[in-house]
Design a protein around this ligand. Structure first.
Ligand code: FE
Ligand code: CA
Length: 537
C-alpha cells in the first residue's frame, strides 16, 4: 500500500466534509424512520431512508474528495426483520492506525438494488459516519422481503458490493451458517471462503470474533500475528477489529449474507464474568476496559442496536428474530450477567465439583434474560425454536467432575431450571446452537427426567483446539454426547424445513493454508417432534 500521511487525509477531508454537510442539509428532506424488531425494547438510531422508490436516476452524492479508499474493512449486513436490514461499513483509509479519518463527521450514501449493476436503485439513503463512532455506519434499510445487493459511496469511492436479505414472512426452507472463534494468529479463514461460496440465507455468529491476546511475535508456527499489544482502550480495540476485518475471506463471508452477531468472552477478555475480569488485580480498570470493548464491538458489527451508553451500565444485546414460521431465533448474552466461574475457573479438574458450583443463586443469564428467554419461546409460534448460545449447554461432566467451569456445567442449577422451564412451557423442537470450545459436537439436552432438545456445537473457524484430539473417544462416550470431532476447524451449515433439521459439519483440512479444501465431516438430522439427533441416513 502506498503510504499516505494522516495529515494529508485530515486536511482534505476536513474541507470536503464541511462542503458535504451543506449538501446533506439541502438534499435529504425525507422523514427519519427507525424500524424496530417486534420484541427488542432497545432503542434504534434515526436513519434517513428513501425506500421503495424504484428509480434509475443518479442519487445525490456528497461532494467529498478522499485521498485514499476508506472501504478497507468491507461491508456487512445484519439483524434482518421482515421490513428492513442493517447495512454496515466503517470508513478507515488507515485501518490499523486508528482508521486514518479526520475528526469530522462524514455523510455516506448507501444504495440497494435488485441487480448487482445497480441499474435501478430500490432504496437509498444517507447516514453520517460519526467521528465519535470510529466513522462506522449503521444504516437501517427499509426494503421489501427478498435478496438485495447493497453498497456505500463516499467521495469518489464506492464500496465493495454486498448481498443481504430482508427476512421472509413465509419460508418453506432456510439454510444458515453457525460459526465462532476466528483467532487471527491460529490460521487462515478457508472456512469463511467456503461459507461465502455456500451463500446461506444468513450467518449466526456465536462469539470470539476477535481475540485480545498480544501478538506472539516470533512465536510458534502461527500463520500470522496480531502485531499489537493486548487492547484495553477503544482505539486499541478498534485496531484489533480492523486487523481481523481486513481479511478478504472474512469480508467475503460478511458480503455473502446478513449476520446475526452475538459475543462471547474474547471480545473483551478471556473468561470475564459481568464486571469481573479474569485477573482480580485488573478489577479497578475493568469497567472502562469493558466499555471500550463493547463500544468497539458495536462499531464493527451490523447490529440493530444503539451503542453502549456508559461504563458500568448494562448493554443489552440479547434479542430475538424470526425467519418466516420456520424459526424463532433467540440470541443470548452469556457473559454480561453471569456469576463468576466457580471453583477457581478450574479446567480439566477430575475432582468432584466444589460446593460453590451447586449454589442455587448462581446464574448464567441473569434473572431478566432467563425470564425473557422462556417468555419469548413460549410466545413463539415457529416450527423450530433456536437458541444462539455462547458456551456448551449439554452435560459434559465426567463422573461428577466438571471439566470446564466456564460452560453451563459450572452453572448446573441454572441449567436445570432453564431446561425444566422450557419443558414445562411445552417448547417443541428446541435446537441450541453453540460455539466457544473449538470442537464440533452433537448432543442431547435433558433435564433430570426429560429430553428437551438438541445441541449443535460448531467448531472454530480458526482458533486452535482446546482439547487433545486423543480425547475424542472419551468425549463420545459421555451419555449426552452423540458425536465429537476435535481435530479440525470449520463451521456448521444448518438446513431447516418444517419436518427436518439437517446440520452439516464443514471442516478445514489445513487451517494453516489459505487455500485449504473444506469438506463435510458428518451430517446429523433431527426430525420434527423427536428431540432426538441421529446421523443423516
Ligand atoms: Fe474461542
Ligand atoms: Ca470463548
Amino acid at each position: 500500500m502506498t503510504p499516505i500521511s494522516r495529515d494529508a487525509i485530515s486536511r482534505r477531508m476536513f474541507l470536503a466534509g464541511a462542503a458535504a454537510v451543506a449538501v446533506t442539509a439541502c438534499s435529504d428532506d425525507s422523514t427519519p424512520s427507525a424500524p424496530t424488531t417486534s420484541t427488542n425494547a432497545a432503542p434504534t438510531k434515526p436513519s434517513s431512508t428513501t425506500a421503495s422508490t424504484t428509480t434509475t436516476s443518479a442519487t445525490t452524492l456528497p461532494s467529498i474528495e478522499l485521498a485514499a479508499d476508506p472501504f478497507t474493512l468491507g461491508v456487512a449486513s445484519g439483524d434482518p426483520d421482515t421490513d428492513s436490514v442493517v447495512l454496515w461499513t466503517r470508513l478507515a483509509p488507515l485501518p490499523l492506525e486508528g482508521g486514518g479519518m479526520p475528526a469530522d463527521d462524514v455523510p455516506v450514501l448507501w444504495e440497494a438494488s435488485a441487480t448487482d449493476d445497480f441499474a435501478s436503485i430500490a432504496a437509498s439513503g444517507q447516514e453520517v459516519a460519526k467521528a465519535d463512532s470510529g466513522h462506522s455506519v449503521h444504516a437501517f434499510a427499509e426494503l421489501p422481503q427478498g435478496t438485495w445487493f447493497y453498497r456505500f459511496r463516499v467521495g469518489q469511492y464506492t464500496s465493495p458490493t454486498g448481498i443481504t436479505r430482508v427476512a421472509p414472512t413465509d419460508a418453506t426452507e432456510v439454510r444458515f451458517a453457525a460459526a465462532s472463534c476466528q483467532h487471527y494468529e491460529a490460521g487462515y479463514y478457508a472456512a469463511h471462503r467456503d461459507l461465502a461460496e455456500h451463500a446461506p440465507d444468513f450467518t449466526l455468529w456465536l462469539g470470539d470474533y476477535i481475540y485480545e491476546d498480544a501478538g506472539t511475535v516470533g512465536g510458534d508456527p502461527a500463520a500470522r500475528i496480531h502485531l499489537d499489544a493486548e487492547p484495553t482502550t477503544l482505539e486499541q480495540y478498534r485496531n484489533r477489529y480492523a486487523r481481523y476485518k481486513t481479511d478478504a475471506n472474512l469480508q467475503a463471508a460478511h458480503a455473502s449474507c446478513p449476520w446475526f452477531v452475538i459475543w462471547d468472552d474474547h471480545e473483551v477478555e478471556n473468561n470475564y464474568a459481568g464486571l469481573l475480569p479474569q485477573e482480580p488485580d485488573d478489577l479497578s480498570e475493568f469497567e472502562a476496559r469493558r466499555f471500550a470493548a463493547y463500544t468497539a464491538w458495536w462499531e464493527h458489527q451490523p447490529v440493530r442496536l444503539p451503542p453502549p451508553a456508559a461504563a458500568g451500565e448494562e448493554y443489552r444485546i440479547y434479542r430475538d428474530a424470526t425467519w418466516g414460521e420456520l424459526l424463532t431465533l433467540v440470541l443470548l448474552d452469556g457473559r454480561q450477567y453471569r456469576s463468576d466461574q466457580a471453583c477457581g475457573d478450574a479446567v480439566l479438574d477430575l475432582e468432584p465439583a466444589c460446593a460453590e458450583a451447586a449454589d442455587p443463586s448462581r446464574t448464567m443469564l441473569g434473572d431478566a434474560q432467563e425470564q425473557w428467554l422462556v417468555d419469548t419461546l413460549t410466545d413463539s409460534s415457529a416450527q423450530w425454536n433456536v437458541i444462539g448460545n455462547q458456551v456448551v449447554m449439554a452435560n459434559a461432566t465426567l463422573n461428577g467432575a466438571v471439566l470446564n467451569y466456564d460452560q453451563w456445567d459450572g452453572y448446573p442449577v441454572a441449567r436445570e431450571r432453564l431446561l425444566a422451564s422450557l419443558d414445562t412451557a411445552g417448547i417443541q423442537n428446541l435446537i441450541v446452537v453453540t460455539g466457544d470450545i473449538h470442537l464440533a459436537a452433537v448432543a442431547h439436552l435433558r433435564t433430570d427426567d426429560a429430553a428437551v432438545g438438541v445441541e449443535f456445537v460448531t467448531t472454530s473457524i480458526s482458533s486452535g483446539a482446546n482439547l487433545d484430539p486423543q480425547l475424542t473417544d472419551l468425549l463420545k462416550s459421555f451419555p449426552d454426547l452423540v458425536d465429537a470431532e476435535l481435530a479440525h476447524r470449520g463451521y456448521t451449515l444448518h438446513t431447516v424445513t418444517p419436518d427436518l433439521w439437517t446440520a452439516e459439519y464443514r471442516v478445514v483440512t489445513d487451517v494453516a493454508s489459505l487455500d485449504s479444501e473444506v469438506t463435510t465431516y458428518s451430517t446429523y438430522v433431527v426430525e420434527s417432534g423427536s428431540n432426538t439427533v441421529a446421523p443423516a441416513p
